[in-house]
Design a protein around this ligand. Structure first.
Ligand code: ZN
Length: 134
């Protein structure tokens, strides 16, 4: 598998409008777009930084995964995404190596990417996402 670079860092926030101010007003970055991913019950704000992005994740429902994350751990880094060249191949290789996966097959994520999560028990508690963009 070829891991190219950190694609994005997902940060769980209560409100994009409030949390985004640090990145825009203080750091001088720009929110490129905000997208709703309905099946994840989340709004995602994309803040590009060269080859990577900060993604602010705001739950749209009280029972969404991001809301549950904030309930148990508070706001903060929720996952790290590595860009891979071929996500199908990467998942196949991980399965062959006996790595536990949350997603057995790639699914559609924010920004038109194909994504899959590795089980955090395999990564010392870090939720790692693999991500392919064409
Ligand atoms: Zn992500």
């Amino acid at each position: 598998m070829k891991v190219k670079h950190i694609d994005h860092i997902g940060i769980a926030v209560k409100a994009i409008e409030q949390a985004g101010k640090f990145y825009t007003n203080i750091l001088g970055l720009k929110i490129h777009d905000i997208e709703t991913v309905s099946d994840q019950k989340v709004n995602v704000a994309f803040i590009p930084i060269t080859d990577s992005e900060v993604e602010l994740l705001e739950s749209t429902e009280p029972d969404g995964p991001v809301a549950k994350f904030i309930d148990s751990k508070g706001e903060g880094v929720q996952h790290i995404a590595f860009r891979v060249e071929n996500i199908e191949e990467a998942l196949k290789e991980l399965k062959e190596k006996g790595v536990r996966l949350i997603d057995q097959t790639p699914r559609k994520g924010a920004g038109g990417a194909m994504i899959a999560f590795i089980h955090p028990k395999e990564t010392n508690g870090v939720l790692v996402e693999l991500c392919q963009r064409d």
